[in-house]
Ligand binder design. Structure first.
Ligand SMILES: [Zn+2]
Length: 165
């Protein structure tokens, strides 16, 4: 039995929970069914895959740690200069550290060894190596969780609720 995506009353993704917990929220009337997968838990209770809370919940912003793993995940494990995806990926400072570039979501991208060496101590502009997308900070830790589930192919129906986060 799968996991359930919980949406806030505003339809923004809130968290991921077990189907059991989701069913309890539905029975208690705290949430409504948004998507189900056709299976049933018991009569008239389809197995939910997405539910929405009836009351809006305020959530404090959670900082996502700036780690190699998280940057690779944000960049879909592909070089942000040439698109290569494989084993030998490195992290590149867009503005080199020696030139004042800091450690931040906006200044660190995934790069293959080749591109990293080629770029050297230059900015993308100087090296004529354009970034495929502008790096920025992910909105929430939930984004990582949700995209992982979607990529696994198990929860494709979640896709439409995470567009834009
Ligand atoms: Zn590359």
């Amino acid at each position: 039995m799968g996991k359930v995506l919980v949406l806030n009353a505003s339809y923004e993704p809130l968290n991921i929970t077990s189907w059991r917990r989701a069913v309890v929220l539905l029975i208690k009337g705290k949430a409504e069914q948004v998507e189900h997968n056709g299976k049933v838990v018991y009569a008239e209770m389809p197995l939910p895959t997405v539910i929405r809370l009836r009351q809006y919940v305020r959530v404090p912003y959670k900082e996502i740690p700036l780690t190699r793993r998280n940057i690779l995940h944000r960049d879909a494990h592909s070089c942000q200069y040439c698109g290569y995806s494989g084993d030998d990926l490195t992290l590149d400072h867009v503005v080199p550290r020696s030139r004042g570039g800091g450690d931040s979501w906006e200044n660190i991208v995934t790069a293959c060894v080749r591109c990293n060496v080629k770029k050297g101590n230059r900015t993308p502009k100087e090296a004529s190596m354009l970034l495929r997308q502008t790096p920025h900070k992910p909105h929430s830790g939930l984004y990582f969780e949700v995209t992982k589930h979607i990529k696994s192919g198990l929860h494709q129906e979640w896709q439409k609720y995470v567009i834009g986060i």
